[in-house]
Design a protein around this ligand. Structure first.
Ligand code: DX5
Ligand code: ZN
Length: 230
């Protein structure tokens, strides 16, 4: 079970400090939200910021925390390569944001990154039938992309269940990530539906004590993890 704090809700004026702090406080991955004021109605951070953040993603023991880049941009290919150069470990994009999904998957893979496909709340999972064997991660959006702090959309639970079934049927080692409106009080239901990777922005960075929120989230999902392991 992976908890990936989204730095979208961090203090951008102190981003390096925020990243180091949330890693000390228990982050497994750093989720990096890229918005272009075109695919989504908001504008955030680019490859130069990713490169700067990367320097702050090493733990005290020397290990690196994966930089999980979520592209909410259109088109995808050119900028995805720039994020790979900047140090991204995994890059996710939305299939409806690129003309040739299979080619974009190859572009990211050839650039040396793991790759994920992200699905908006009203976007069908059909494309998985054709490309699931090329994925490391499936990302189910549980809000409409573009902003932090929105409410969890309930229909995404059914979609998580469906994505989990498709992943199981593929027999492949693919992570199932959920992004949007994840809080301590709903993460258990999201895990029960089949998610194993949880993005949380405002729930963590909006709190005074990041470690307390991350610990509380882990406590909530631990029984689901144990049930799966059994
Ligand atoms: C939304 C972003 C999310 C966002 C989640 O477009 O993709 O990663 O940061 O924020 P919360 O957890 O506040 O819903
Ligand atoms: Zn995101």
């Amino acid at each position: 079970m992976i908890i990936a704090p989204s730095i979208l809700s961090a203090d951008f004026a102190r981003l390096g400090d925020e990243v180091r702090r949330v890693i000390t406080d228990g982050a497994d991955w750093i989720h990096f939200d890229v918005m272009d004021n075109h695919y989504v109605p908001n504008l955030t951070i680019g490859p130069a910021v990713a490169q700067a953040v990367k320097k702050h993603t090493q733990r005290f023991d020397g290990s690196w925390v994966p930089l999980d880049v979520h592209l909410m941009v259109e088109p995808v290919d050119f900028i995805a390569e720039r994020f790979a150069e900047a140090g991204a470990d995994l890059i996710s994009f939305h299939p409806d944001a690129t003309r040739h999904v299979d080619r974009t998957l190859q572009v990211i893979r050839n650039a040396g990154c793991q790759v994920g496909l992200a699905f908006n709340p009203a976007e069908p999972l059909d494309v998985l039938e054709w490309v699931i064997d090329k994925l490391d991660l499936v990302l189910i959006m549980s809000v409409n992309p573009g902003f932090g702090g929105q409410s969890f959309i309930e229909s995404s639970l059914r979609k998580i269940e469906r994505a989990r079934r498709l992943i199981e049927a593929s027999g492949r080692d693919i992570r199932l990530q959920v992004d949007g409106g994840i809080k301590v009080d709903n993460i258990r239901r999201v895990a029960d539906a089949g998610a194993d990777t949880f993005v949380a922005g405002s729930a963590i960075f909006g709190a005074k004590d990041y470690a307390a929120v991350i610990d509380a989230m882990r406590t909530e999902i631990e029984p689901v993890r144990l049930k799966k392991a059994a």
